[in-house]
Design a protein around this ligand. Structure first.
Ligand code: ATP
Ligand code: MG
Length: 381
């Protein structure tokens, strides 16, 4: 008898010609998540089985966070020939349960001497005898004991939901503008969930922003990197650009001009890293630079799609996800971001694009951007 974890994936994205590609990719991501647990992965009958682990809880926690996994079932694998032994195992698995149940047998080995209805009836009967706290309910049971008769017998009761989504990398690359705030890590996680490999860009204005602020962003990237299977963080020196904007541009447009520079630089990094899109944590009306007019002004400098998965989310909804993916605490550490230094007292909330373009003409954008690109430091987490 062997304990293992049966991994279930979304059949929908595995249909069609791309199936072997998605499947291989999913297996690689599961192997990546299991590093250091001593467990191994066996592919059998089109199914993914994790085995050889010491600690079921750790392995379950890791696998349920892999994008593309829809649920996992802690299962027992045993020889199918001795039906009494299979029944005894079923009885053990149901011994602490109360309420209603049914046995659901599936037999892919058609030479097995008993049919599925027969297995259901006989096993159900023996379990009832052993555990008087249970009652049979065939339509809406609280517990289902699954018995699969294949090369061996597989038994499982619990189905633990996993994160879902698609394996990272199967839907291309995108570049995330990652601040130290609550929103952008959540935005990155949501796009990665759809199978997109994430690169990150962070704008850092040392000494106006601190070393701790930079470390905090790297820590956030490390948190994300488990689900995202590694992230390259591009740290862009942004002080000179911010100082020039502060000293030479109208104060009411300073945040918008700064954001236009961020987007231009992020797009350059995106092209260098073969990303097909940018990702931000913006949400309509959250701050002055996220009104619809302001978004139009920042968006107009880029020529690739910008994904804003949080656009329609309330802050409280974003916080719920941040807690779920365990970035909330880190994001709440009180270090300043380059967006929060030099903030204007009265930022324009209904800016006109032409006016902002006019106001930033005084800067040598090309030279400033080239210098910032030159100073990029790449940290792999
Ligand atoms: P967050 O949105 O991550 O909570 P925030 O709300 O402080 O941070 P905003 O001022 O709302 O940031 O900025 C909107 C978006 O711009 C962020 O979600 C992020 O994608 C991007 N951004 C802001 N600051 C930075 C930065 N220093 N480096 C990289 N991207 C940034
Ligand atoms: Mg925000």
């Amino acid at each position: 008898m062997k304990e293992l974890l049966l991994v279930r994936y979304g059949e929908i994205f595995l249909k069609g010609l791309n199936r072997p590609y998605f499947f291989r990719s999913l297996v690689r991501k599961i192997l990546y998540a299991l590093r250091g647990t001593g467990s191994s992965v066996r592919i059998h009958d089109g199914r993914i089985l994790v085995e050889g682990f010491e600690d079921l809880e750790t392995v379950t926690d890791r696998v349920t966070r892999v994008f593309g996994v829809h649920s996992v079932c802690p299962a027992v694998e045993m020889p199918k020939e001795d039906f009494d032994a299979v029944c005894e195992q079923g009885i053990r698995m149901m011994q602490d349960m109360t309420g209603t149940f049914k046995v659901e047998a599936r037999r892919s080995d058609k030479r097995y001497p008993m049919g599925s209805p027969e297995i259901n009836a006989e096993m159900g009967h023996r379990i009832l005898e052993a555990n008087p706290g249970l009652k049979v309910n065939l339509h809406t049971p609280e517990h289902v004991l699954n018995v699969e008769i294949r090369d061996s017998a597989y038994l499982y009761v619990k189905v633990i939901p996993a994160v879902g989504g698609m394996p990272v990398g199967t839907n291309g690359n995108a570049t995330l503008l990652l601040s130290g705030g609550i929103d952008s890590p959540v935005a990155g996680w949501m796009i990665a969930k759809r199978g997109v490999q994430i690169n990150a860009v962070h704008f850092h204005s040392y000494p106006y922003t601190s070393e701790q602020a930079r470390e905090k962003v790297l820590d956030l990237a490390r948190k994300l990197s488990f689900s995202c299977c590694g992230i390259k963080v591009h740290i862009v020196p942004f002080t000179e650009i911010q100082l020039q904007i502060r000293d030479r541009c109208p104060e009411e447009y300073s945040t918008l001009i700064m954001r236009r520079f961020m987007m231009r630089i992020a797009e350059k990094v995106a092209r260098q890293t073969e990303s097909g899109a940018l990702i931000t944590g913006e949400s309509i009306g959250q701050v002055a630079s996220q009104t619809m007019e302001a978004l139009e002004v920042t968006n107009s400098v880029v020529h690739m799609p910008v994904f804003r998965p949080l656009i329609g989310f309330d802050k409280s909804e974003i916080i719920d996800i941040a807690k779920k993916i365990d970035t909330y605490e880190l994001s709440s550490l009180p270090y300043e971001d380059c967006c929060t230094i030099f903030t204007p007292k009265h930022p324009a909330t209904r800016p006109k694009r032409e006016k902002v373009e006019e106001a930033e003409k005084i800067l040598d954008a090309e030279a400033l951007i080239a210098a910032a690109m030159e100073g990029i430091e790449v940290v792999s987490v």
